[in-house]
Ligand binder design. Sequence first.
Ligand code: ZN
Ligand code: ZN
Length: 267
Amino acid sequence: MILFDNHIHSEYSPDGRMTMVEAVKAAEKMGLGGLSFTDHFDIDAPGDNNHFSFDPKEQQLKIDNLRTDTDLFIGKGIELGLQPVALESAKRAVSNFDFDVIIASIHFVDGIDPYHDKYYDLREERVAYGRYLETIFECISKYKDFDILGHFDYITRYSPYKNKSLTMSHYGEYLDPILRVLAENGKALEINTNTYRNRNGSAPVLDYEVLKHFFQIGGEYVALGSDAHDAVRVGDELKEAATNLVNTGFRYTTYFSERKPVLLPIS
Ligand SMILES: [Zn+2]
Ligand SMILES: [Zn+2]
């Protein structure tokens, strides 16, 4: 089974802790089929987050050089942060470059990153998670220039609640509309294995019923991503995710080359 890591941060991300060369070496060591560099690009980010961007021209030149030295497919990507108030700027920011893949991610809700405790102040779990999911829906309903929806359950990484799983049974009313937008527009849903790590005493769990529902309503593409910021996590848990995916109906995982999906059979 060929595995592809769709979500990698290099030295072009301010919080990246590995070079592109180190990432490629790690991917080769793991026997991956390839990886895409999807460095952070958050437009009009609130507060002091404005350094979360990079020069795609420079990053892509570096990838061109790397490609001459490896048999792996190295994707030119970007993790584009979307906010309802900054969709036009997002569109402008990516329009001058040719990417292999654009991951759309939501890192801010009403101007606050759910990474910060203050997002949860005075909020019940359902309100906090629900508002995050509503924001995803709002963004992807209006903004379509992307290939993969990144970490739909980002918020569970940092939330203080006991329940850290966005299950279909509890959050279906929020998840279903998101999954329908993806299915109807031929976008991929990401399984982001960075979410399921133990950060503060308990680890979020992916409810594969979400994937099953996505398949049932006509979703075609699932992309696996480690969201690695350091070399030890490149390809992390991708095999396990692909194996679990079999039970949801999907027969392929996906990566993107020149914005077109390429299917990799799950065996
Ligand atoms: Zn992200
Ligand atoms: Zn990321």
